[in-house]
Design a protein around this ligand. Structure first.
Ligand code: TEU
Ligand code: CA
Length: 557
């Protein structure tokens, strides 16, 4: 097998809780995934990124693990997992496990032991610090889920660090015994036959031993200052040597606060760390005028800014490192609502346009469950319908501590909460969208009658079939996976156009990100020739682009 097989692959992310429920308890599960493997084969994807299915109290829906070698009972048994793995392999699909290694659950036996006493053998599996003289936390670091990143533990009179929820204590990677246990656990999953790992917030695992004060952001917030810490690459090289080296595994690191130069260090082929990383630059809202409350009130990037960010990453990792390509995942709002137009008139067109813009880029594309249908944000207007710890904590912080009007905070949640992506997969127009015979754990988007797998599989012009074609293009034309990227019209406010070239093969990708009819500049018009590989309108003109029009032209020679 080609050790770089993942450079031609397309990955599909499953958030198990919301994918398919096989036993009617309203929660998605492993047997539900197994039952839908044929659908994924039909879509044409190569790898499933499986969000955590391990034992967890679900403080953060599985990103708080209490047993790394057991399956959460709501999701099924280890036998169910083995059957899902085998079924995937029989369909030619690989499984990439989600490894949450920056922190565990506070219900993990390691933490239960660690908090017992200062001299417990597991004490240093986690990060404990004395209070300041006045009893305050060791520094001003904030949790991503609101509030301080430190919680005081009465039993031993020290604080423990949690960059996320209180129930997600950070693991101490400076402890070689902890690292060895992690590597042993990863080898256990590797030897079960899984095909890769997605590493949760892996850029945060090495903390500066000085635990410096957070950088004051001027709005009472402090940025997490422990990304890309002093020993991060040492740890990743050690992990690679211990677990991945010599195995054809696909690995991707989720890397908050990583820029493209750092990305080369994480994903350079000669670095022996990871295959690729997820950065956050294009999904963090506009840098030109960021909001006071980060993603919640930062305006979206305009197209010029978005093109600049995407292009910088394409150019920087052209020869060194490798890009992951995504607009959606379980932490991001639905891309057609955020970057496209989810109105009845333009949802399908803009979903196809966004998919074209992203899937013709150089890198490994990631499709989040339901994105291939053009699923939209549900725009829930009551806080009672939100379940994500990040949403509930920010709602309380902004309404109670910051005193913002509830209606303003609800607008923030409707736009960028993680719940937007977590409504159940819409399989058909029947009861509960075919997701469950019971009451789903979270409200289903009411538009499931219009937007669902059954309807779209029968409609050759659906978003679903458009994604199938894009995936097939990547599998068919080497220029898609390997071609050199070149941005055109960098300053055009509504057209994203770029070329890909490989030897004599050449692609021209043209996308209108607006609902306005847009003249085509001469430098593009004259290039719109050759074979039309894919487009979201029937016939093609070359004088102007229609609302959200996308087209890919192929030429050879
Ligand atoms: O996400 C890390 C992370 O930074 C996001 O939660 C971020 O806050 C969000 O994308 C909004 O900007 C990872 C997992 O993907 C997420 O689901 C977990 O909640 C988190 O780590 C803790 O494990
Ligand atoms: Ca279930």
């Amino acid at each position: 097998m080609n050790k770089n097989w993942w450079k031609n692959a397309v990955v599909y992310q499953i958030y198990p809780r919301s994918f398919a429920d096989s036993n009617g308890d309203g929660v998605g599960d492993l047997r539900g995934i197994t039952g839908r493997m044929g659908y994924l084969k039909d879509l044409g994807i190569d790898v499933i990124w499986l969000s955590p299915v391990y034992q967890s109290p679900n403080a953060d829906n599985g990103y708080d693990i209490s047993d790394y070698r057991a399956i959460m009972p709501e999701f099924g048994t280890m036998e169910d997992f083995d059957e899902m793995l085998q079924t995937a392999h029989c369909h030619g699909i690989r499984i990439m496990m989600d490894m949450v290694l920056n922190h565990s659950s506070d219900e993990h036996p390691w933490f239960r032991e660690s908090r017992k006493s200062k001299d417990n053998p597991y004490r240093d599996y986690y990060i404990w610090k004395d209070p300041k003289e006045n009893g305050d936390p060791p520094n001003r670091w904030e949790s991503s889920f609101s509030g301080p990143a430190w919680t005081f533990d009465e039993t031993t009179g020290q604080y423990y660090l949690h960059l996320f929820a209180e129930k997600q204590p950070d693991l101490n990677w400076d402890n070689p015994s902890l690292r060895q246990e992690i590597y042993d656990m990863m080898k256990w999953w590797r030897d079960k036959g899984v095909d890769g790992f997605r590493f949760d917030v892996i850029s945060l695992i090495s903390k500066d031993p000085a635990f410096p004060e957070g950088e004051e952001l001027g709005n009472g917030y402090t940025a997490i200052t422990c990304a890309n810490g002093p020993r991060i690459h040492e740890y990743l090289k050690e992990m690679n040597a211990a677990v991945m080296e010599g195995y054809p595994l696909i690995t991707v690191g989720e890397c908050p606060m990583v820029d493209e130069e750092m990305a080369k260090l994480y994903s350079g082929e000669d670095r022996h760390e990871l295959n690729m990383i997820f950065h956050f630059e294009h999904v963090s809202g506009s840098r030109k005028n960021p909001g006071k409350y980060g993603k919640w009130d930062s305006p979206p990037m305009d197209l010029t800014e978005l093109k600049q960010v995407l292009s910088r990453w394409q150019y920087s990792l052209a020869e060194e490192g490798w890009n992951s390509i995504y607009l959606s995942n379980h932490d991001q709002p639905r891309c057609v609502s955020r970057f496209g137009n989810d109105s009845a008139e333009y949802r399908v067109l803009s979903a196809k346009m966004l998919a074209t813009a992203m899937h013709m880029l150089k890198g490994t594309p990631y499709i989040y469950q339901g994105e291939e249908l053009g699923m939209t944000n549900p725009a829930f207007d009551s806080i009672d319908l939100y379940q994500d710890v990040e949403s509930l904590n920010i709602y309380r912080e902004l309404t109670e501590e910051e005193g913002l009007p509830e209606s303003q905070v609800m607008d923030y949640l409707k736009k960028v909460s993680r719940d937007n992506a977590r409504t159940p997969m819409q399989w058909d127009g029947g009861k509960n969208a075919g997701f469950s015979s019971g009451t789903p754990w979270i409200r289903i988007n009411p538009n499931y009658v219009e937007i669902n797998v059954q309807k779209e599989q029968m409609d050759p012009d659906s978003v679903f079939h458009y994604y199938r074609k894009l995936i097939d293009l990547r599998h068919t034309y080497p220029v898609v996976a390997e071609g050199k990227y070149g941005l055109l019209l960098p300053d055009h406010p509504s057209i994203f156009a770029y070329t890909r070239s490989l030897g004599e093969e050449r692609l021209l990708v043209v996308c209108n990100f607006s609902k306005n009819i847009t003249d085509i500049p001469e430098e593009i018009r004259r290039e719109m020739s050759g074979r039309l590989l894919i487009a979201n309108y029937e016939e093609q003109g070359t004088d102007w682009l229609r609302p959200y029009e996308a087209a890919v032209w192929y030429r050879k020679g």
